[in-house]
Ligand binder design. Structure first.
Ligand SMILES: Cc1cc2nc3c(=O)[nH]c(=O)nc-3n(C[C@H](O)[C@H](O)[C@H](O)COP(=O)(O)OP(=O)(O)OC[C@H]3O[C@@H](n4cnc5c(N)ncnc54)[C@H](O)[C@@H]3O)c2cc1C
Length: 375
């Protein structure tokens, strides 16, 4: 990959975590930045995310290292901005597997320890002293891994914080713009056009449109393999519980929220969502109740959990599961950020992408994540 000319004006399409973070980092580097979003900020996947900050169950790959750098940036944010304490927490993560032949708890713990990822293997009886609020009886006989360095973030609160600094630095946010399209002229990106026909000129365009990435790229003749599923996130009503860690268990993932409730998701409940022919989704009451029951079963005292709300929609995942970050190369001036784990990666990806765009020089930590790896 070679260096590109340095842009002065950048349009960022999308105001989820990747758009907000990249735009702020670009503004910090002195560029003239406009974010254009179809609706209000955080109205996509970032508004209905479990947002567990982690690099768990991974070998020592570039993806593992990028995630670790992502967690590092959150640590810095937590240390320098005390007002984040209600919605950015490092209370650890606890995970266990089903009691079957696929149980990998011991080997995963060994792997994590071998690459310096903080991991402790706990038997059922040891969990309460390390991380309270868990029903020890629900933990399988192989035990659980506690990862003390993990945490969680409330993405809408983070996006709010990032956008307020973005605006203070002179960045422009255009929301409710409808579906924006990229404007191409002379073989390169020259801005975007909003659904209402407003043209915004730019030297570079960053697509941070989450699950809409494959469709938007297809409109300009670029293909990206897509493994985006429909996801479901439930939010409970506030409930008294000592749980502070994020739980990843065979039937449910649970993480606390800033207002004393929990958000929940799981693979099986996602699969039960019906996608209707008009693009809307149907979530069965049994799925909702089933997930609430699974969460209650892993919490100490099995508290009765009640539904407050749920979010349903696509969860952005590229075809090979790894992030797609950086210039698309076939058309000058277009950059993309399309990834799962966008909570963990949000701050670091925005920072590194902004450096690439502003300097024209590719960042070595993003080398494995280029679109052209798909050929
Ligand atoms: C249920 C669930 C659980 C998750 N769990 C975790 C986790 O535990 N840990 C973790 O790290 N990550 C997790 N993720 C992933 C993470 O939340 C996402 O990777 C991240 O939120 C994606 O952010 P984004 O900015 O790419 O997309 P989005 O938040 O979807 O933002 C894209 C924005 O672009 C807008 N847009 C789209 N098309 C256009 C257009 N043409 N014109 C204008 N605007 C447009 C959308 O409306 C949206 O506002 C989870 C996600 C989900 C859904």
């Amino acid at each position: 990959m070679t260096s590109s000319p340095k842009p002065r004006r950048v349009v960022v399409v999308g105001a989820g975590i990747f758009g907000a973070s990249s735009a702020l980092h670009l503004a910090r580097l002195g560029l003239d930045v406009t974010i254009v979003n179809d609706g209000a900020p955080a109205n996509g996947a970032s508004g209905r995310s479990l947002s567990w900050l982690n690099s768990a169950r991974r070998e020592d790959t570039p993806y593992f290292r990028l995630r670790m750098a992502g967690i590092d940036r959150y640590r810095t944010l937590a240390a320098t901005r005390p007002e984040t304490a209600a919605w950015l927490r490092f209370d650890g993560g606890l995970t266990w597997d089903a009691d079957d032949e696929a149980n990998q708890i011991a080997s995963i713990c060994q792997l994590e320890q071998s690459i310096g990822y903080d991991a402790i293997l706990l038997g059922r009886a040891e969990v309460a002293a390390v991380t309270p609020g868990v029903n020890a009886g629900a933990i399988t006989q192989q035990g659980a891994i506690f990862n003390p360095g993990e945490g969680w973030v409330d993405l809408p609160s983070l996006i709010d914080l990032l956008l307020s600094e973005f605006r203070a630095r002179g960045g422009k946010l255009i929301q409710d713009a409808g579906l924006v399209r990229i404007d191409i002229g002379g073989g390169r990106a020259c801005g975007v056009v909003t659904a209402h026909g407003m043209k915004i000129d730019a030297d570079a365009v960053l697509l941070a449109v989450g699950p809409a990435t494959p469709t938007m790229l297809a409109e300009i003749g670029v293909h990206v393999p897509d493994a985006t599923p429909i996801s479901l996130l439930l939010k409970t009503k506030p409930v008294k519980s000592a749980l502070r860690a994020v739980l990843n268990t065979p039937r449910v993932a649970v993480r606390p929220t800033p207002d004393g409730a929990f958000v929940l998701d799981s693979a099986w409940s996602e699969e039960e969502v019906i996608v209707n022919s008009d693009g809307t989704h149907t979530v069965h009451d049994e799925t909702v109740q089933g997930l609430l029951d699974e969460a209650s079963a892993v919490l100490e005292g099995n508290p009765r959990l009640q539904l407050a709300s749920y979010g349903v929609g696509p969860k952005p995942i590229p075809g090979d599961g790894e992030p797609v970050l950086g210039a698309i190369e076939t058309i000058a001036g277009i950059y993309v950020t399309f990834s799962h784990s966008g909570a963990t990666l949000g701050l670091i990806a925005g920072e590194l992408l902004a450096r690439e765009i502003a300097s024209g020089n590719p960042h070595p930590m993003l080398a494995s994540f280029r679109l052209h790896r798909f050929g």
